[in-house]
Design a protein around this ligand. Sequence first.
Ligand code: ZN
Length: 333
Amino acid sequence: MPVRKQDVVTHGPTRGAEIDRRSFLAAGSAGLAWAGLGGAIRNVHAATPPYSFRHGVFEITVLSDGYFFLPPPGTARDVGFLYPDVPRAALETFMKGIGQGMDRVQLPNNVVLVRSSSDLMLIDTGAGAGWQPTAGKLVENLRSAGIDPARITKVIFTHAHPDHLWGVANGDGALHFPNASYVVSAAEWNFWMADDVLNKVPENFRPFALGARRDLSRIRDKLETRNPDDEIVSGLRLMATFGHTPGHVSVEIAGADPLVIAGDVVANAAVSFAHPEWRFGIDALPDVAIRSRQRLLDRAASEKMRLLGSHWPYPGLGTVERVGSAYRFVASN
Ligand SMILES: [Zn+2]
C-alpha cells in the first residue's frame, strides 16, 4: 500500500489542485477548439471490432469510440490533477508500480449497444468530433458493424460529460441517431440545465457545462427524464451511482447474474479498483462518488455481478474481486 491512510487529505482540494484545475480550463477549451482537427489520428481505432455477448434476453455489443487522454492534450502533462489528495511521491510510486508514468493516462471509450426484442439501445453516444481527435469513432464503428445509426430506438445517458454525450450530434447539430428517444436522469438534467450552472462548476469545467447544455437542448423534444430504479424497458433499469456528476446513473440489466453498465463510477480501472477511496479530480462530488464506487464494487464482489466500465480496457467487461479493503478488476473477455 503506497499511501498511508493518514496521508490522504479527505477534505477540500489542495491549493495545488486548484492550480491544476485552472490549467484544465485550457484543456476544456482546447477540447472544444480541437473539433475537426483529428483526421490523421482518427483512423487508429477505426478497425476495432465490436465485442458481443448474450445476457439474459439481451444481446450486448461493445463498440469502440476510440480513446482519449487525461489530462487532455493542451494542458500540463501531469496526472497529479486527477488524484489531487494523494501525496506526489506516493502517487508516483503507485503509478510506477502499475507501469505508468506521471505524464497522462490514456483511456479507451467503450460504448454499449443493447438489443432487445423491441429496441436497439445505446448507452451513451461517445465523444463526437468536439472532445479529442482520437475519440468520436462510434458512428463509424457502428456502420462498420453493419448497424445503421438511424435504427437506434433509444439512447440512455449515464451522464452528460463530453465523452458520453457530445457524440449525439455532428458539428452542425444534426442528430446522429435521428429516430431515437433519449433518457437522462432527472438529477443530471436538473444540474446541467439549471440557469446558474456556470456559476456552480469550477471555471475550467465551464466548457463541459456549455457542451452539456448545447447537446441536451438539441434532444430536448425527444428526451424524457427518469429516476434511479425506473425500468426503461423490461429487464433494464437505472441505478443511482451519483457523484462523478450529480446525476450519474448506471444501467442494470437482468440476467442469470446481474450486469451493470457502470459508466464512470470507476473512471480509471488501473487506479480506482486499487484505491476506490482516492478522490478523482473530475468527479463533481468526489465524496459522494467514493461512496457510490465503494457500494457498487462491494456489491459486485459479493454478488458475482459483471460490470462494464466506459473507460476500462476494451471491451471493459469483467468481474470484481476483493483484495483487503480494495478491489481487483478481472476482465471477462
Ligand atoms: Zn467518461
